[in-house]
Design a protein around this ligand. Structure first.
Ligand code: ADP
Length: 375
């Protein structure tokens, strides 16, 4: 009986387990799509847009001066005054709520301030890490969404307009979340992923991002757990309103369950109490943890495939990757899983994964500082 149950569990969860050959194929496909995005003749139809950022250099540690950095989120607006003096960075910041009339206004900003740069969060992560580590050449976000930027040779950046003097390099904002929007990742897509995509606000779009980022991992896990439960393999087949509700199983639960003490499963039991699942056995806890870990492993390994692709394209012997985002920051094993798989997929390249601090503030100020240094 137990053997039969294990077999059923395996059949349900197996599609979440990919082989190294699958991951290698993802690396190859991503490189193909990135090359399409870089080239002017194919950029139009390319899924990965590879946007030129016009940022031409990373900090060299000699930057100095005072810079304003404006961090505009959905609700809050943070204004930072950043003073740079070599490695010394001083920051003062103040948060403002954005009034409705400004939010809906024309955006014409009557101030005597020179705008040197507009950046996205990947560039902020790269720049803030590069300030203390000169090998930093990739910025990665693993938060609500996922995206990465990297340093490309200027001659390969065919989409860049103008011919400004400066170093022969440019940061590229890959927008890699859209990888797979042409269906090329269908070979790794499970029924759980298809459901997540179908019910999302952007069905058919950001397919790679939906495998790897915090907005979706909890929901993928919930769908897998519900399938196990409906097959009578979990919680004695008994569900709850919460577990049947889309988006209710948060990605932070995945982190908490995987980080739980496997002797007591105290946190896991608490989570399911909150979700009004009445009877949770030790065996249930083990299966829940296993399911969550399969979802996380696949996400971390697919993100690693993306990084292996960038490492291969850059061809540098040593690279530091600046990473920001709550998924990377708080998941108990994401860092280790990524280290393991990047080693496998990009053999012979020395790399580090470095947590970025305040990319949106310090990173933005550094872009302005570097721009004023080289312009
Ligand atoms: P954003 O990417 O929106 O700037 P964050 O980096 O904080 O902001 O990412 C938010 C995402 O991180 C959410 O989708 C959330 O599900 C996920 N998240 C929050 N806490 C955790 C956690 N403890 N473990 C894993 N993911 C988490």
């Amino acid at each position: 009986m137990e053997r039969e149950e294990n077999c059923k569990v395996e059949n349900i969860l197996k599609p979440l387990e990919l082989t190294d050959d699958d991951y290698r194929k993802v690396v190859d496909l991503m490189q193909e799509k990135m090359e399409e995005g870089l080239a002017r003749s194919t950029n139009d139809k390319a899924t990965i847009k590879m946007f030129p950022t016009y940022v031409r250099a990373v900090p060299n540690g000699t930057e100095s001066g005072e810079f304003l950095a404006l961090d505009l989120g959905g609700t809050n607006f943070r204004v930072l005054l950043v003073s740079l003096q070599g490695q010394e960075v001083k920051m003062e910041s103040k948060i403002f709520l954005i009034p409705q009339h400004i939010m809906l206004g024309t955006g014409v900003q009557d101030l005597d301030v020179k705008c040197l740069a507009v950046i996205n969060d990947t560039v902020g992560a790269l720049m803030s890490c590069a300030h203390s580590d000169r090998q930093c050449a990739i910025g990665l976000i693993l938060g609500t969404g996922s995206n990465a930027c990297y340093i490309e040779k200027l001659e390969r950046v065919e989409m860049a307009e103008g011919n400004e003097p400066g170093p022969p390099e440019m940061l590229i904002n890959t927008e890699w979340g859209a990888f797979g929007d042409d269906g090329c990742l269908d070979f790794i897509t499970t029924d759980f992923d298809r459901q997540v995509d179908k019910h999302s606000i952007n069905a058919g779009k950001q397919r790679y991002e939906k495998f790897v980022s915090g907005m979706y991992m909890g929901e993928i896990a919930r769908l897998a757990l519900e399938k196990l439960r409906k097959s009578g393999l979990l919680f004695g087949g008994e569900g709850s309103y919460h577990m049947a509700t889309r988006g209710r199983f948060y990605t932070k639960y995945v982190s908490e369950i995987e980080g739980d003490d496997i002797d007591s499963f105290k946190t896991t039991k608490q989570i399911f109490q909150e979700l009004e699942i009445e009877k949770v056995t030790e065996q249930d806890c083990r299966l829940v943890r296993h399911t969550c870990s399969l979802v996380s492993r696949r996400a971390a390994f697919l993100a690693s495939a993306g990084l292996a692709c960038l490492l291969r394209m850059m061809g540098r012997p040593e690279v530091t990757i600046g990473v920001d985002g709550s998924l990377y920051r708080f998941h108990p094993f994401f860092h280790d899983l990524m280290m393991e798989k990047i080693r496998t997929l990009a053999p012979g390249i020395r790399f580090k994964l470095m947590l970025s601090h305040d990319g949106s503030g310090k990173g933005a100020a550094l872009v302005a500082a570097v721009a004023s240094r080289i312009l």
